[in-house]
Design a protein around this ligand. Structure first.
Ligand SMILES: CC(C)(COP(=O)(O)OP(=O)(O)OC[C@H]1O[C@@H](n2cnc3c(N)ncnc32)[C@H](O)[C@@H]1OP(=O)(O)O)[C@@H](O)C(=O)NCCC(=O)NCCS
Length: 189
């Protein structure tokens, strides 16, 4: 299995990798005309553009798995020290409710590479890095992302809240309890 790598500006072919991730994300974005297919295969509520992926990379929030030098899966993670902006309502809500927890903001595997453990590996990195903290993710409720809910359940997540996002699409807030160690006092579990 290819390893999870931090994608930083020092990376060889940095801009090409950013462009590839933006293009895969665009491909995974929800499409009304194939709604049922999206629900089964999983989808992103919306994709970021290259500029935003670049910013996440500069802030050390972007990780990816590369196959023959090209990304096949990626994640964006807010570590407990990354500030959550009020513009990002879902992440801001999780921080306000649950404290300085790690939040997986976005995760995706390119179509044609699903079911090979890539996104599980990306999560495993977060789990290994924060063994004593609960990990959070937000999953849109309507339209239902069946694949994402199944995937997160398999990894040990449970829905713990529902957030009324200002974009009008409710988000389920999913939490994975820590695997070991003591919970830090400033985190409300
Ligand atoms: C959801 C998604 C990230 C899963 O990625 P993936 O690389 O195919 O997942 P993995 O191969 O790592 O699967 C991990 C585990 O989840 C399980 N799983 C995946 N989909 C599942 C489902 N619908 N129901 C139950 N389990 C499921 C797999 O069986 C696997 O378990 P195993 O390792 O014990 O066999 C991927 O389908 C995707 O990118 N979807 C589009 C974007 C998206 O939905 N992102 C999440 C937005 S909140």
């Amino acid at each position: 299995m290819e390893k999870v790598q931090a994608i930083t500006p020092e990376f060889r072919n940095f801009m090409q990798i950013i462009a590839d991730i933006a293009s895969i994300a665009e491909n995974l974005a929800y499409k009304k005309n194939i709604a049922e297919e999206c629900q089964q295969a999983g989808f992103l509520v919306s994709a970021y553009g290259m500029e935003e992926y670049k910013k996440f990379a500069q802030a050390e929030q972007l990780h990816a798995i590369l196959k023959n030098g090209q990304p096949v899966a990626w994640s964006i993670v807010y570590s407990p020290i990354h500030p959550a902006s009020e513009d990002d309502a879902g992440t801001f809500y999780i921080r306000k409710q649950f404290g300085n927890v790690p939040i997986v903001k976005q995760i995706g595997t390119a179509r044609g590479h699903e079911g090979q453990g890539y996104s599980r590996s990306l999560y495993q990195r977060v789990i290994d890095k924060y063994p004593d903290l609960p990990i959070f993710a937000a999953i849109v409720e309507e339209p239902k992302n069946e694949r994402s809910e199944g995937f997160h359940s398999k990894l040990g997540f449970k829905k713990c809240a529902v957030f009324s996002h200002p974009d009008g699409k409710k988000r389920g807030i999913w939490k994975r309890l820590p695997t070991g160690g003591l919970h830090r006092q400033y985190v409300r579990i």
